[in-house]
Write a new protein. Structure first.
Length: 315
């Protein structure tokens, strides 16, 4: 849906603003149903008005498909899908995309299998570490990828996580601001430095959190990352002296759970079609069992209910 910001621009100008190349626009405008506004075919010279529904058909061809992403019949729940996007609930121990040693067991392989009846290009808008479970937003077209990537960069895709920490922050809620830096002795790990210790390097980050259960020197937290830096949540809490349970890379112990206790439980955003979506995912069994063991079954039920009802503390 066209908003007030784009009122009065032409279709061509809007597509260029969304970083579509001249060759992509040329390809689309010659398709029989390549460009429609409010259900009627239009040219790229059409002037758009607020409230118009612009539909762009920019389907991929077989030549666009990555031959190294092979379809695999993996069990992945799809929380939402339409012609533009798909949101998957990624299980733990599944990489987002193929890499060395993971050629056919990733989310990309699972979605390639789901959409095997059409040329499919994997376009993740959000990503999760292999052992982090939860919601992943993907785009099903070039245009949708441009739209959602821009919204992600502007902070318009709101993400929420639930984590279990080995420790309790001194403040029960707050926003931690600082910088994420690469570690000099590792290509994988990152480190968090506070704003006071900033020395001109790293990427700015901000992470909101609120303690939602606590016992025995450990706690469960609702987390909202305002930025999307690599290992941001893991490195931030480790620097606070409260590493994630199971996160051996950042000082946690696997005595309680066999992976970092981190789950992407909520995504809220405006879809390319104009619908405002609020999508939720309860943690898988291992994190739910950990929460129940540490904080009680009532706390586990309360946290799951907060997730499913969209009432987690959101800073």
């Amino acid at each position: 849906m066209i908003n007030s910001t784009d009122d009065g621009v032409t279709v061509k100008d809007l597509l260029r603003r969304l970083r579509m190349s001249s060759s992509q626009i040329k390809h689309i405008k010659f398709l029989p149903d390549g460009l429609t506004v409010n259900g009627e075919r239009v040219t790229v010279r059409r002037v758009l008005r607020a409230g118009d529904i612009l539909h762009v058909r920019d389907g991929d061809s077989r030549a666009d498909v990555n031959p190294y992403i092979v379809p695999s019949p993996l069990d992945v729940r799809i929380v939402y899908e339409d012609d533009d996007i798909a949101v998957a609930d990624k299980p733990p121990d599944m990489p987002t995309h193929p890499s060395r040693g993971h050629a056919a067991d990733t989310l990309a392989n699972a979605l390639a299998n789901r959409y095997s009846g059409e040329p499919y290009v994997f376009r993740p808008i959000s990503r999760l570490d292999r052992d982090t479970s939860g919601l992943v937003l993907t785009a099903r077209s070039r245009l949708a990828a441009s739209i959602m990537s821009a919204r992600m960069a502007r902070g318009e895709v709101h993400k929420m996580y639930v984590a279990v920490l080995e420790g309790v922050p001194r403040e029960k809620s707050g926003v931690v601001r600082g910088y994420i830096l690469r570690c000099t002795d590792s290509i994988i790990t990152r480190r968090f430095v506070s704003e006071d210790a900033y020395a001109g390097e790293g990427e700015e980050c901000a992470t909101g959190y609120a303690v939602i259960a606590e016992a025995g020197g450990r706690c469960a937290v609702a987390v909202r990352p305002y930025t999307g830096r690599t290992h941001q949540i893991r490195a931030t809490f480790a620097a606070m002296g409260c590493p994630l349970a199971g996160d051996e890379l950042y000082g946690g112990s696997r005595g309680l759970i066999g992976r970092q206790a981190l789950h992407a439980c909520s995504l809220r955003f405006e879809a390319p079609c104009g619908d405002r979506l609020a999508l939720y995912s309860a943690p898988p069994t291992d994190i739910r069992s950990l929460i129940a063991a540490l904080f009680g079954e009532a706390a586990e039920r309360d946290i799951v209910n907060m997730i499913e009802e969209g009432t987690l503390p959101c800073l």
